[in-house]
Design a binder for this molecule. Structure first.
Ligand SMILES: Cc1ncc(COP(=O)(O)O)c(C=O)c1O
Length: 379
């Protein structure tokens, strides 16, 4: 082994990075605990899977897999442009929307700049910021007794904008809290941000939200050219495994993102699947209906058992298991769920140590989770 301390060679931002902690894969739980018949409710995937049309499109696309993908993603951009009413040159494709968040950081953030975002928001915002050596301005979230517990405090975020602020990340709805921002409030915030600061509204869970007053911020781009809206095929479209997401922005911003994008960042099967999925509204409607029923099932259980939770509009919910049980904290409850073959997501890394974030599953999966919680927590 070399005597080099390679960490000394790394860029300053990278030295302090803690890698993203993904949900535990099913195969890992099988290996580590020797359990089978596992359900994974940890990464906010769609329990119904992808559209059958998307599966079919991937099988067809596989026939040409020796060829590079279309580096411009023409068919997919066209499908997105037509579906949502934009021009092709406003769309940037990403290897998941995570890729787009990183492209934004690389284009706009330098070590002299800061990104601004709320406490308890998506873990990739700090990662993307630190990786380019920029600093972070993390704004205190709303209190736990607010209508949107631990959600974004837009007034505080506005007040926290400084001369160094270059990019603001807003997740709507937010992960992991599942809280959301109303149209009038979010537009007032965007309007108040100086035009030389980029505002990213991350709409990864857009399709799932059923609340009246939830905004489609892509419609605001025409009014606020400093706005970028990101979306993904990983959640309601059920295509997390192939990695495809996109942003809608002013064409000049799309051009800049495109300059640092890997030429073939979205693979052939992902592009084909996404095009087919966009044409399958029925699958999205079924996925949304299943999610709404599942959210209701979980919230009703918590209400009946006196277990706290953060009301969510996404396809996941944070359950406050830690404070309900004198003997067991969230980490122990998580451990027991794992032994029962149920993978959920501890959120201690988000500094929410009393909560477990649970992805809404099928009725049968939710039944199994809730039964296990009932037993483990002695409810
Ligand atoms: C708020 C939010 N944004 C973005 C993403 C990134 O998803 P993907 O890269 O799969 O599009 C996630 C994934 O969990 C998320 O929760």
């Amino acid at each position: 082994m070399s005597q080099n301390k390679f960490i000394d060679l790394a860029c300053d931002g990278v030295k302090g990075l803690n890698p993203y902690q993904p949900g535990k894969p099913i195969s890992e739980l099988e290996r580590e605990y020797g359990v089978t018949d596992i359900i994974k409710l940890a990464s906010n995937e769609n329990p119904l899977g992808p559209s059958k049309k998307a599966m079919q499109a991937m099988q067809e696309a596989m026939q040409e897999i020796q060829l590079y993908p279309d580096g411009n993603g023409f068919e997919l951009k066209k499908a997105i442009a037509e579906k949502f009413g934009f021009d092709l040159n406003q769309i940037t494709l990403g290897n998941g929307s995570n890729d787009i968040l990183e492209l934004i950081a690389r284009v706009f953030l330098t070590p002299a700049d800061e990104s601004l975002f709320s406490q308890y928001s998506f873990a990739v915002y700090p990662l993307a910021t630190q990786a380019v050596g920029a600093s972070m301005n993390i704004v205190s979230a709303l209190p736990e007794d607010n209508e949107m517990p631990l959600g974004h405090d837009l007034a505080a975020m506005q007040a926290a904008i400084s001369d160094k602020t270059k990019v603001i990340f807003v997740a709507n709805p937010n992960n992991p809290t599942g809280t959301w921002l109303k149209a009038a409030d979010l537009e007032a915030f965007i309007a108040a941000v100086p035009q030389n600061i980029i505002v990213v509204v991350d709409e990864a869970y857009f399709e799932y939200v059923q609340e009246a007053g939830y905004p489609d911020c892509s419609k605001l781009i025409v009014k606020y050219p400093n706005l970028i809206v990101t979306r993904t095929f990983s959640k309601a479209h059920g295509l997390a495994g192939v990695r495809v997401g996109f942003s809608i922005s002013h064409p000049d911003i799309a051009d800049l993102l495109n300059r640092v994008r890997q030429p073939f960042n979205v693979n052939t099967m992902a592009q084909a699947a996404a095009v087919a999925s966009l044409a399958d509204d029925e699958h999205i409607a079924a996925s949304v209906a299943s999610n709404s029923a599942g959210l209701k099932q979980i919230m009703e259980f918590c209400d009946a058992k006196g277990v706290g939770y953060i009301p969510s509009v996404g396809n996941f919910i944070c359950i406050k298991v830690g404070s309900n049980n004198e003997k067991l904290g969230a980490a122990e409850i998580d451990e027991q769920l794992l032994r029962n073959g149920i993978i959920v997501r501890p959120v201690a890394n988000y500094k929410m140590p009393e909560y477990l974030r649970v992805t809404v599953g099928t009725k049968a999966e939710n039944d199994r989770l809730l039964k296990a919680l009932e037993k483990i927590m002695n409810l």
